[in-house]
Design a protein around this ligand. Structure first.
Ligand code: PAF
Length: 284
């Protein structure tokens, strides 16, 4: 696996693959890779001839009180893992390479609709940062397809909407969340949890499962379920930002007519903000 830091080096390498008629996939990440990321790379290898992984802790998507400085940076370990799963190219640019000082500041991409509400309300500017960096990475790599984890479900919908609205010739593939044995969704931020917090953390997944089970048993008062799960999370020490039952495509609050739902949660446990979600398809 080759590692490059410059935009021109990525373009040069990808151009040779394209000339050979090869399909290229990109897996954008912020590094500190876990089994969930490696699953994206493995899936990409099955869907494309060449796999580019990007590692870039994107300052634009962190708010002033977020964990940009603390975010784990583990490039050498990540590089070994990527070699083991057969990535072809690692693009790990410095901040200046992606955001050189430009007259008037960095232009940005704002995705309407699905960016609003949920994490969009609790992390103002976050999805502008995500959409902007992903648009840049798409323009740099020019991939045929791009893979993202469903753990960040709102992010996945934002990127899908951006690709549709701005006509990026990129197929976006969502990959199911990888979980620890106790149900906790894998995340680079799980490393912030103290042992006692780590023991409590799977409760957010249990809340999702309990809500899904209640809906499957016929409960259709979604707002009541949301309030009940939030209350139970608070009781055991979480500070929930939201627990929401939404239409899986629009991310608007689900109604009794919706068939394809997504149950989403974001909650703080001590200093750590955890997110998770589950799909739910209703019968008739
Ligand atoms: O999900 C992430 O790791 C990041 O939000 C992404 C998509 C790599 C953009 O910085």
């Amino acid at each position: 696996m080759q590692t490059v830091n410059s935009i021109s080096a990525v373009r040069q390498q990808v151009a040779t693959w394209r000339q050979a008629g090869q399909r290229v996939a990109v897996v954008p990440t912020m590094g500190n890779l876990h089994a969930g990321h490696l699953q994206l790379v493995e899936r990409a290898r099955r869907l494309a001839d060449r796999v580019v992984v990007t590692i870039f802790v994107n300052p634009l998507q962190f708010g002033p009180n977020d964990d940009f400085d603390a975010y784990p940076r583990t490039l050498s370990e990540d590089s070994i893992k990527l070699q083991q799963v057969g990535a072809d190219l690692l693009f790990a640019p410095a901040v200046d390479e992606l955001y050189p000082a430009s007259q008037g500041g960095q232009s940005h991409v704002e995705v309407m609709g699905v960016s609003e509400g949920l994490c969009g309300s609790h992390r103002p500017g976050h999805f502008v940062g995500v959409a902007t960096v992903v648009a840049k990475l798409f323009n740099i790599v020019q991939p045929d397809l791009a893979l993202f984890g469903e753990k960040d479900y709102q992010q996945l919908q934002v990127i899908r909407q951006m690709v549709a609205d701005l006509c990026f010739p990129v197929e976006v593939v969502g990959v199911a969340t990888v979980r620890e044995a106790d149900g906790l969704a894998m995340s680079s931020r799980n490393g912030y949890l103290s042992p006692s917090e780590r023991a409590l953390a799977p409760i957010i997944y249990q809340g999702l499962v309990a809500a899904a089970t209640s809906i499957q048993s016929g409960e259709r008062d979604f707002r009541r379920i949301e309030a009940a799960v939030q209350a139970s999370l608070k009781q055991v020490g979480f500070e929930p930002d939201y627990f929401a039952i939404v239409n899986a495509n629009t991310l608007k609050p689900a109604t009794a007519e919706d068939r394809l739902l997504r149950l989403l949660v974001a909650a703080r446990l001590g200093q750590t903000r955890l997110i998770d979600n589950l799909p739910l398809q209703l019968g008739d």
